[in-house]
Design a protein around this ligand. Sequence first.
Ligand SMILES: [Mg+2]
Length: 266
Amino acid sequence: MTSTPGPHTASHAHDARQAVAAVAPREPLLVALDFDGVCAPLVDDPADSRMLPGTRRALQGLAAAGVHVALVSGRGLASLREVARPEPGWLLVGGHGAEPGDGDGVVLGGEAQELLDRLARELGSVVEEHPGAAVEHKPSSVVLHVRRAPGEHGAAATDRVLTGAATWSGVHVKRGHDVVELAVLEADKGRALTTLRQQTGASSVLYVGDDVTDEDAFAVLDADGGDVGVKVGPGDTAATHRVGTPQDVTDLLQALLDARHAVRDG
Ligand SMILES: [Mg+2]
């Protein structure tokens, strides 16, 4: 069966390699990636997440070849730095854009801080009642993690948050793999990517992401203008291309680097 790549029929890995080869000569070129599930395989403990060595080598090579490299994560900036161990010159964005790497960190107004404290108390009581569920505190959000909660506890904890605190006024909800994030600032990866494009003056952008929150970034890409969006793993997506795993991302970045070198040497 053949199909035209569209919102819900992202094409396959081979096409993704062709697409990145096509953007290789563009200047300036921005390669922006989500971290977890893209640069690093998903793991039970987020603190154990590490970039695949091949992906690091490819990104180092791309940066040396004049490509802007950016990591765009839902993690807080400090957590992203800790697990990603970025090379000098890489751009970092945390908190889905709430924490740009060149900023002064998050400064919350009194009302936002009060709301954040209230959310923290509420999620604290949720995880007390549901073994295995955990709460993560970020500068402008709190996150419920249920990856290590047994099935019914995870579902019940998620349900209680979605029908409770998630509905409070001023709360911005993001859902991901086994997580619900409640933020008191409005930020998304689409805005973050647009800012990175402006900062770098990029004429083409390659964005790679695996999660629901990456869809905001895919949505601001301009395929006709030479941008490429690559979704990692299954699920509906606005990305034009798809690969299966973080290991495939390594191959894709290496293909981009090879094509970049071929342009230079050709
Ligand atoms: Mg991810």
